[in-house]
Design a protein around this ligand. Structure first.
Ligand SMILES: [Fe+2]
Ligand SMILES: [Fe+2]
Length: 311
């Protein structure tokens, strides 16, 4: 049985069986403002190419705005404490789009423990200061509890959870390329963080935009995938059985691979026509219940029958 946000008691009577509930969304692709991008920002062959490519696909996200509003309502109904958004808020990451995306996600990010986010490749297309503009726009969701001012960042949730975010998106030189790469310095920083003991015995969530693996456990294809996925998995080894959240692949799934202890969860695109996806994580120390969600008749709906239990 699937339960939607309108059902009293939300997921089930024991609803929030754990002290902390996290909603993972991704690839919201809010296209509002896309057509208002000033011509000056498009005087660049790459952006024109991207824009035409995106115009062909835009119908897939035409309802992104009301869907984000529906997710915000559901987050309240489901008592979500915190939201994690793994990038691709926009189409081209122009100033106007980011401004609009910020307004659209405000109710969704307005949770008791706030929100955590990071940029996707679509948020970084404008090379001149794309990352700085993104960081200025979503500053409230980019706070680092260890005092750092750049990725990787750490957010502590009480004494029991740590959320570690890092970058994997970058502007690509050619518009038909959408591959990503975790910068070497961040691989080193992640490895050092995992070994440092700073996170104690907290349940660790690792979050970035790109997918190290698709649902069959293999790599994503070269033009779209994460170039240094294997190096990343190696760097993350000290984190043990951490929960790895990502998007970029517009399909919701979870996967494990034989050579890593990590649990990989892809939210897909939470707003893409007929493919909307998201996850709810109920976290109680080491015990975690991951419940997948999708849209049914325009409503965010959970599928408790497909929940995954992590221990
Ligand atoms: Fe995307
Ligand atoms: Fe992406």
């Amino acid at each position: 049985m699937a339960l939607s946000q309108g059902d009293a008691g939300a997921i089930d009577p024991s609803a929030k069986l754990a002290p902390v509930r996290i909603l993972h969304v991704s690839d919201l692709h809010i296209e509002e403002g896309f057509s208002e991008v000033p011509a000056g920002e498009l005087l660049n062959k790459r952006l024109v190419g991207l824009m035409s490519l995106w115009l062909k696909r835009r119908r897939l996200w035409r309802d992104a705005k009301p869907k984000v509003a529906a997710l915000a309502k559901a987050a309240s109904a489901w008592d979500v404490d915190l939201v994690i958004a793994t990038g691709d808020f926009t189409a081209l990451g122009t100033a106007r789009e980011l401004e609009i995306a910020k307004e659209v996600v405000r109710p969704l990010f307005d949770r008791p423990l706030g929100a955590v986010c990071l940029p996707g490749n679509h948020d970084l297309y404008v090379r001149d200061g794309g990352l700085e503009r993104f960081e200025a726009t979503f500053a409230d969701a980019l706070h680092d509890d260890l005092g750092g001012r750049a990725f990787p960042r750490v957010r502590f949730v009480g004494e029991t959870i740590a959320i570690v975010t890092f970058e994997s998106a970058r502007p690509n030189p050619e518009f038909w390329l959408s591959s990503g790469r975790v910068p070497e310095a961040q691989l080193e920083a992640l490895h050092a963080l995992g070994r440092s003991g700073v996170l104690g015995d907290r349940r660790v969530f690792l979050a970035t935009h790109y997918a190290p693996f698709v649902e069959d456990g293999g790599p994503d294809h070269a033009r779209h995938g994460l170039e240094n996925a294997e190096a990343l998995v190696e760097a993350l080894r000290p984190f043990g059985e951490a929960i790895f959240l990502h998007g970029h692949v517009h399909r919701r799934y979870h996967v494990r691979v034989p050579h890593s202890d990590l649990w990989f969860f892809c939210a897909g695109s939470s707003t893409m026509q007929r493919r909307e996806g998201f996850w709810i994580f109920d976290v109680d120390g080491r015990e975690v219940r991951a419940t997948p969600g999708r849209f049914v008749d325009g409503k965010p709906t959970l599928e408790p029958e497909h929940a995954v239990f992590l221990r």
